[in-house]
Ligand binder design. Structure first.
Ligand code: ATP
Ligand code: MG
Length: 221
């Protein structure tokens, strides 16, 4: 059986990752591809418990290395328990955030030495890498507004990062663009200021070019 494809969506808060994952998953399913959508931090029962610790508004502060250790512990669970088995079954796995978020948040955002992050990565994932990473780029002032608006509507208090202030989110944006430069073979930057359908079509074009698969465009419900 052919191994599945691993796609990650990355970028700041409120850049439209979750919206596009839903559309992409529907488009690939319509083209006969079995997909599994997942997210980080989290994705498995154990990893979701670590997510709650990191994302809840009232969790307080962590030393950046502690934060990275928790995230990579969650990532290990996610890989072993969910991502790797699904890829082995031939499914396409689409993850809302993955290791580039650790590089951006803890590395660029919180100034943790990038060597620590790369060492942890090798420890938990070895040579494994996403086949494609879509980096959603947007002015953080717009993204945070979109995100807080959505969280408020959904009644969630998972907004510890959203509340970290504009300079932090500006470092994140620049961090993600640096990551795209550092890993040009797997990363594609998406202009997330475009409208939802335009971005969806662009994502499908990237998938077609990279993997020769034509997903069928779906309309946002
Ligand atoms: N291209 C777009 N233009 C305008 N609004 C959008 C666009 N894409 C998504 N939105 C809206 O912005 C909000 C955030 O979108 P979404 O939840 O998809 O982003 P996200 O990147 O997953 O955010 P988070 O990091 O907070 O999970 C939602 O209310 C969504 O409907
Ligand atoms: Mg989301």
């Amino acid at each position: 059986m052919k191994r599945g494809v691993f796609i990650t969506l990355e970028g700041g808060e409120g850049t439209g990752k979750s919206t596009q994952i839903k559309l992409l998953q529907q488009a690939l399913s319509a083209a006969g591809i079995e997909t599994l959508a997942t997210r980080e931090p989290g994705g498995t029962n154990q990893a979701e418990r670590i997510r709650a610790l990191l994302l809840q508004r009232d969790s307080g502060t962590f030393d950046p290395m502690t934060e990275a250790l928790l995230l990579f512990a969650a990532r290990r669970e996610h890989l072993v328990d969910k991502i790797w088995p699904a890829l082995e079954r031939g499914q396409w796995v689409i993850s809302d955030r993955f290791a580039d978020s650790s590089r951006a948040f803890q590395g660029h955002g919180m100034n943790l030495d990038m060597r620590v992050i790369e060492d942890l990565y090798r420890m938990v994932a070895g040579d494994f890498q996403p086949d494609l990473t879509l980096i959603f780029d947007l002015d953080p002032e717009i993204g945070i507004q979109r995100s807080l608006h959505r969280s408020h509507r959904a009644g969630t208090t998972e907004d510890r990062y959203e509340r970290m202030g504009l300079p932090f989110h500006q470092r994140l944006r620049k961090g993600f663009l640096d990551i795209a430069k550092q890993f040009p073979q797997r990363c594609v930057i998406i202009d997330a200021a475009q409208d939802v359908q335009m971005i969806h079509r662009q994502v499908l074009r990237v998938i077609e070019t990279r993997f020769g698969v034509s997903g069928k465009e779906v309309q946002r419900g």
